[in-house]
Design a protein. Structure first.
Length: 131
């Protein structure tokens, strides 16, 4: 078997598969102001996935602290009804957006990340409490 025609055929097949694959939707997000309002009104669960050393700098009052490194072991602490809305926040939104994508793949269709994250919360001088 000649290798070059096989590789060309394989590359062509991969290109066709890529063109046919549906585009992945970006994870949904909410504005930082909306997350703050949700916390103040206790209307929506907000999960802070930062790690314990990050929590030590302060957390938003009412947020549930589940470090990303522990999330797989503590998944039962998320809403049992997977369609119930909740928010995920980290420091800058990088981790929370990835976590929301993973949670949605698991059926948590109303998981949303907070744009800006706790770094923007802190920059705005909004209140923090010690965990």
């Amino acid at each position: 078997m000649k290798l070059q025609p096989f590789l060309s055929s394989l590359a062509c097949s991969l290109c066709l598969l890529t063109l046919q694959a549906p585009a992945l939707a970006a994870a949904p997000f909410v504005a930082l102001e909306d997350a703050r309002t949700a916390l103040e009104k206790s209307s929506t669960l907000v999960v802070d996935i930062r790690e314990p050393e990050e929590h030590a700098t302060g957390v938003a009052k009412g947020a549930k602290l589940i470090p990303m490194s522990q999330l797989s072991k503590r998944i039962g602490e998320l809403p049992a009804e997977k369609s119930k809305p909740f928010l995920v926040i980290c420091n800058t939104q990088n981790r929370s957006s990835r976590v929301v994508e993973q949670l949605q793949a698991m059926g948590y269709n109303n998981a949303t990340y907070v744009k800006g994250g706790m770094s923007q919360w802190t920059a705005r001088g909004w209140p923090l409490i010690k965990p």
